[in-house]
Design a protein around this ligand. Sequence first.
Ligand code: ZN
Ligand code: ZN
Length: 377
Amino acid sequence: MSSPLVSRQVVFADRDVIELAQASVPEPGRDDVLVRVALVGICATDLHLLAGHIGDPFPLVPGHEFVGEVAAIGENAAAVRGLSVGDHVAVEMLLPCRSCARCREGRYNLCERDDMAAGLPFGRQYGVNIPRTVSPGLWGGYAEYLHAPADAIVHRLPADLPWERAVLVEPLAVASRAVARGRVRPGENVAVIGPGPVGLLIAAAARAAGAGRVVMIGTRAQRLGLAGRFGADAVVNSRETDDLAGAVREAFGDTLPDVVIEIAGVAAAQQDAVRLVRRGGRVVLAGACGAAVPVTFHADEDLLTREPDIVPSFLSAGGFEPAIALLSRGEFPFETLVTHRFGLDEVADAFALIRDRSDGVIKAVLDPRTTQKETRR
Ligand SMILES: [Zn+2]
Ligand SMILES: [Zn+2]
């Protein structure tokens, strides 16, 4: 880089305050990668952040579903990572410390380090809880540039993977982890509760894992209508039945599923997940319900006498490798999930669209290079 770079960024300055700002971009140090963001997905988490539902992250550059290309790279980073300028990459949202007990056992999504008091972002998440005040302030994907230090987990993406497909890598990695946590074996029946973008991707990941029958359960007819294209054999609209267990049993051919994966992020769906799985089956709770939502179960009827394994699945650890492979294979029409594209100056419009669930929106993305709205179907 010859002339000093600046990065346009969206900043959540405070609760419900969106600003457009610029940050200067330092030359990357020996161990650093500077990523030019190509596309960043808008996640429901981002709306919760702006509303102040998650921690106290302000001022924050949001965005954790980013893909882009290497804009500049330090010489150590280039050697260690085998990357060079122009390579397409994805950076995992969690910045692990790589030294705590959880990191060392491979569960870096549970990294126990938190040195924010010392200004160190390890154990924190890009676009969620690394404030912009931490140097160099390039910690979110709603921006032109992003900083990846030595400990960041950077994945190379195939150069021929179109950005509109690649931008789904983080939600698909979340989906892949949820399926892995459910230990879905070939031939096993899987129910997915919550046909949002990640739910549809879970259906695809379960199908790719060799699931026998996959059934999508939800309340929104439009999204249930997409499930078949992402590997579901049948759908159940829980609003259209008084006997959900009966409808699910019927959809699986008179049996209950071996695995139920919940991604709706509401307490009732988590209760349904436990009640709909077969005796001794596995339940994966992957939906974020928001702060302090209690979920209650019947100790004997739901749990003790039915002995389900109930495992939460948090973030995407270990999920990027299968996600990149699945995106590359092209078995599912992933890019059709990206229904809307906005510029950095249109975040408020994009959030309103998502909040109102209008215009058939499934996944909206930001393109940091454009400022003109270009609505796609
Ligand atoms: Zn997300
Ligand atoms: Zn750690």
